[in-house]
Design a protein around this ligand. Structure first.
Ligand code: MSP
Length: 641
């Protein structure tokens, strides 16, 4: 039986227009769904909008229109945005849908009848931005740290859900199920939070203060607290309690969320599910935030990135690629146009696009416009086939582990292996000799066949571009099934249409470096230990380009006891060859797959006949070298300073 995979995005508040953060969560969920589909799963992907609560009511009032009209308008903006970003959700839920409202009321009634909801007078600090009461300990200088506003003091009678009764259960659940919340540090954050006593949850708002919400089924003077209403969308959408979809998909539910809503999903939600007698979610998958030029995106800073504007500039699929590739899932990442274009040029234009163009053009020119015949294969082809067989499986594992950035990094590496294979085999020279024709066919066939596998692996991320690539490879428009992502399945003699560059190179805006803002310090003269030392200016240091690299392969340099030669990924769409004098301290296997620091702008030199295009940094303790490693979550190519 096929695996079943149900995945959701948060439902977005309709008080703001869709921005790149919303787009990221939705694209990531789309990419994960498409990959699972490719692997053969029966998938269901839900997104939608969160339309009740004080924040929305206030925004509607500001716009001078009725809340319903207001939410209809903005919900529609989200709904129409997604297809523009090649998102294929199965359902779009709105919390103003009548079926959702009925579900919320039924669950509230059930928990009330169980005696787990009670009325009490309450005084607390409420942040409208977060739509929740906050502890004083959460405030920074009296403000909500996320919204930079002081919370409002609310004193009123309200209904409470006896959430505290579930604390021990939740702690045990988090302890027993290591993979319940991913990445692990968010699980730790929840465990840490649960060290303090859990409070009961206020789940109502008096209508005298807020009318825009779902009426409590047991007291018409109150509406439901917006989070209690919103979280239930994940189940109401499937037709809880006895809808066919609910029965089929609910046991396989995964939630993708941003780190800002960890507490509501990691604490409130499991307690609510437990009280309602529903199985808890299978996994909570938490990603970090996009920041812009190092600062949080915010309306007041005027740095909110509009996904449609970005898509017009980069193209939808390249935008999807950049978002998936540059954010290490779970960490924050920086969004700038320059980074996006640099990534595009490195991975897509120079690496994959170049591979497609040259392998198709050379095949067309030398084999009457068709895929060449495959002759006898040698060691080089065997090695490449081997890397690809392993590589396809590695990508699958990364996706199953919710690490799309890693999967893409691996695909790009595979692509650079094929480019390197072409460079080594020099088909342009083979084409000059008649007796090399069979070899020429084998090389070009191999390049095209491997490219076909890459195109299949990238389909979930860039569906439109990969459709174009399949047409260029003479494969037609249909996607390639996962079991066909294995070598040797390209048919010789297939006609290859004239290729048009899939990823033409782009100009990086303002490519010149920004001048350092830090002033040069005076040369110190007083400290005795500084005597005789040669000091140089910060600008001089900044001339050095320090980058994070990923050592892909490493081998001993022949006839040298000291030298190792590594192939290092610096996020440039090709691998650099770098020689280091570390053979007495590390075996090649020990260095392979390490993340390291690299001086990236040293002049290329030859050492014992090997090209060295940079320097890997080691600490040198009286001649003993120890590798300086970069954290695992930092992508190759990231600057070190
Ligand atoms: N309505 C609630 C969620 C209810 S789910 C039952 C909500 N909505 S929201 O409109 O504020 O969207 C929050 C989500 O948008 C975040 O969890 C995250 O997924 C995404 N992002 C918002 N800003 C973001 C960034 N700057 N970067 C990445 N994602 C961010 O909270």
């Amino acid at each position: 039986m096929n695996e079943i995979f149900y995945i959701t995005t948060p439902i977005y508040y309709v008080n703001s227009h869709p921005h790149i953060g919303h787009a990221y969560t939705t694209i990531a969920t789309d990419v994960l769904t498409r990959f699972r589909k490719l692997f053969g799963a029966d998938t269901y992907f839900l997104t939608g909008t969160d339309e009740h609560g004080q924040k929305i009511a206030e925004s509607a009032a500001k716009s001078g229109i009725e809340p319903q009209e207001f939410v209809d308008r903005i919900s529609q903006e989200f709904r129409v945005m997604w297809p523009h970003l090649h998102i294929e959700n199965d359902q779009f839920i709105r919390t103003t849908d009548p079926e959702h409202k009925a579900c919320v009321q039924q669950i509230l009634q059930k928990i009330y009848d169980q005696g787990e909801i009670y009325l009490k007078e309450y005084e607390g600090l409420y942040c409208v931005g977060c739509e929740r009461f906050m502890d004083e300990s959460e405030l920074v200088d009296g403000n909500c740290p996320d919204h930079q506003n002081p919370p409002e003091l609310h004193k009123e009678q309200n209904y409470f859900f006896g959430m505290s009764a579930y604390q021990d259960w939740l702690v045990a659940e988090l302890e027993q199920n290591e993979n319940w919340v991913y990445p692990a540090r968010y699980r730790n954050e929840l465990t840490q939070f649960l060290k303090a006593p859990l409070q009961d949850l206020c789940i109502s708002r008096p209508k005298s203060r807020l009318e825009w919400g779902i009426e409590l089924p047991f007291d018409k003077n109150f509406v439901t607290y917006v989070w209690f209403d919103a979280l239930l969308n994940y189940a109401s959408a499937l037709g809880w309690p006895d809808g066919e979809k609910y029965k089929k998909y609910w046991p396989h539910v995964h939630h993708t969320i941003g780190k800002d809503i960890l507490k509501t999903h990691g604490i409130y939600w499991p307690c609510m599910l437990k009280a309602a007698g529903m199985p808890v979610f299978k996994k909570l998958v938490v990603h970090g935030h996009w920041v812009v030029g190092g600062s949080k995106m915010s309306k007041s800073l005027g740095n909110v990135v509009d996904p449609l504007a970005m898509k017009d500039q980069l193209g939808v699929d390249a935008l999807r690629y950049f978002l998936m590739r540059d954010m290490s899932f779970g960490e924050d990442a920086n969004f700038t146009e320059e980074l996006a274009i640099t990534r595009y040029n490195g991975d897509l234009a120079n690496n994959l696009g170049n591979l497609l163009n040259r392998s198709i053009s050379m095949s067309r020119n030398n084999f009457e416009g068709c895929v060449p015949p495959l002759g006898e294969i040698g060691e080089l082809e065997k090695d490449l086939r081997n890397s690809f067989s392993k590589g396809v499986e590695t990508c699958r594992e990364y996706i199953l582990a919710f690490q799309p950035h890693r999967a893409l990094e691996h695909v790009v590496w595979l692509s650079s292996l094929v480019n390197k294979y072409i460079d080594n085999c020099k088909p342009w020279s083979l084409a000059k000799q008649k007796e090399d024709r069979e070899r020429l066919g084998t090389v070009l066939y191999t390049a095209l066949d491997m490219t076909r596998i890459l195109v299949g692996l990238l389909d979930p991320v860039m569906p439109e571009k990969m459709r174009e690539a399949r047409i260029s490879l003479g494969l037609g428009t249909e996607g390639i099934p996962f079991e066909k992502l294995t070598h040797g399945l390209l048919e010789s003699g297939t006609e290859l249409p004239k290729p048009t560059p899939l990823f033409p190179k782009m100009q990086v805006p303002g490519a010149e470096k920004t001048p350092a803002k830090i002033q040069q310090k005076e040369k110190p003269t007083s400290a005795a230990s500084d005597e005789g030392k040669e000091w140089f200016a910060l600008e001089d240091f900044q001339k050095m380009e320090l980058k994070v690299g990923h050592i892909r392969t490493c081998r001993k340099v022949e006839k040298s006891a000291k030298l190792l030669c590594s192939e290092v990924d610096l996020g440039e769409g090709r691998l650099r060859s770098i020689v280091s004098g570390a053979a007495e301290f590390y075996t090649p296997e020990e260095l392979t797959n390490r993340r390291v620091l690299v001086v990236a702008n040293l002049k290329t030199v030859k050492l014992m006949g090997e090209k060295s295009e940079g320097m890997i940094l080691f600490s040198d303790d009286k001649g003993k070298l120890i590798l300086i490693e970069a954290p695992d979550e930092v992508n190759p190519g990231v600057t070190v300073r």
